[in-house]
Design a binder for this molecule. Structure first.
Ligand code: HEC
Length: 98
């Protein structure tokens, strides 16, 4: 856990910006909620359940690369969201875990 947190912090400092959770929520509602659902309860088959923390044990940088590149049914957000916006939405995802 500690190592994951440290790597996550390194990911943030690499961007030079602190993540903005409320901006992340806005982005989530616009781009992610259709598949990932309100509160992170998956709206489509095979989407991870973020309210249970599924996939969120990965460092921010790893999640950022997956979202940017796309994964299976998830489209690429390269050119749609900037890296700092993806970090904002990841920070929001981490608030969904109950
Ligand atoms: C069209 C549906 C769809 C949309 C839109 C979508 N996702 Fe996904 N997402 C998925 C699916 C399906 C998976 C599981 C992919 C797999 O099987 O590994 C996934 C996986 C993920 C993962 C886990 C990646 C990993 O490496 O394990 C994260 C984080 C994620 N999505 C975040 C987001 C965010 C943030 C957005 C909005 C910017 C978003 N997704 C938009 C369908 C979607």
């Amino acid at each position: 856990m500690l190592i994951g947190a440290l790597i996550a912090l390194m990911g943030h400092s690499a961007t030079g910006l602190a993540a903005n959770v409320s901006e992340g929520q806005r982005i989530y509602r616009q781009f992610c909620v259709g598949c990932h659902g309100v509160g992170g309860l998956a709206a489509i088959p095979n989407a991870p359940n973020f309210s249970r923390g599924e996939r969120l044990m990965q460092p921010d940088m790893t999640l950022m690369m997956s979202i940017k590149a796309g994964k299976m049914a998830m489209p690429s957000f390269n050119g749609i969201l900037q890296d700092h916006q993806i970090f904002d939405v990841i920070a929001y995802l981490r608030t969904l875990q109950q």
